[in-house]
Design a binder for this molecule. Structure first.
Ligand code: ZN
Ligand code: FE
Length: 242
């Protein structure tokens, strides 16, 4: 069994800590800070053996050096961004495999937020660690890529098994829900989910992970029928102050 722990860090990042109870392997995804992850691992008696990185942004990699110094772990991330992730041990690309114990994860190239952004997809248990590509009811900003690339990336994610759990790297859901409500005011699934999100956030609970099925029903970016619609929605969200 793979246990996944949510470690909140910085202002709104989630660092995901994975532990495989058969092998004892422990993996951290996108540690933007070292302290909270090392504490969460040691509180459970786990030793971090690997870090998996989705993209080069500081809020995803700034904990790398300190975690590596403390544990001797290996760091795997996008080969295309190796020059911007100086702590990297192994660069990976589309179709490559990484493992936690006997469980394999496949690397998906999902460029748009950054040019080399990747995700880690486990088929069984079905999980996607997606960095800043997809969030609950939202998607990442287009810093280094195009709306066409984001449309393709979200299409690949939407094509995964609907029960796949999606572990995004930020708690942006309250704002995303407000934007989704004005974007698709007649969508009852969005209204229901917005209410559920409000209740979770009122008591400080995370709204992630989400699932592929839930995003297909409530995410206005995943639901964009074409690139032009996605582009217009992304531009509107960038300026949205709801
Ligand atoms: Zn980012
Ligand atoms: Fe980020």
């Amino acid at each position: 069994m793979i246990e996944v722990v949510c470690v909140p860090a910085l202002s709104d990042n989630y660092i995901w800590l994975l532990h495989d109870d058969r092998s004892g392997d422990t993996v951290v995804v996108d540690p933007g800070a070292a302290g909270p992850v090392l504490a969460a691992a040691s509180a459970r008696g786990w030793t971090i053996g690997q870090i998996w990185i989705t993209h080069w942004h500081g809020d995803h990699v700034d904990g790398n050096a300190a975690i590596k110094a403390a544990t001797g772990c290996t760091i795997t991330g996008p080969a295309a961004e190796a020059d911007r992730i100086p702590t990297l041990d192994r660069g990976v690309a589309e179709g490559d495999t990484v493992r936690i114990g006997a469980v394999a994860a496949t690397v998906l190239e999902l460029p748009a937020h950054t040019a080399g952004h990747i995700g880690f997809h486990l088929a069984e248990p079905a999980m996607l660690f997606s960095g800043d590509v997809i969030f609950a009811m939202g998607c990442g900003r287009l810093f280094e890529g195009t709306a066409a690339q984001m449309h393709r990336a979200l299409g690949r994610i939407a094509a995964l098994d609907p029960d796949t759990r999606i572990y995004g790297a930020h708690e942006y859901t309250a704002s995303n829900a407000r934007f989704a409500l004005v974007t698709e005011p007649d969508n009852a699934a969005i209204r229901d989910r917005a209410a559920a999100v409000k209740a979770l956030r009122a008591v400080g609970r995370p709204t992630l992970p989400t699932t592929v099925g839930l995003e297909r029903a409530t995410n206005p970016f995943v639901r964009s029928p074409d690139v032009a619609t996605l582009a217009a929605r992304r531009t509107a969200k960038d300026a949205f102050r709801g």
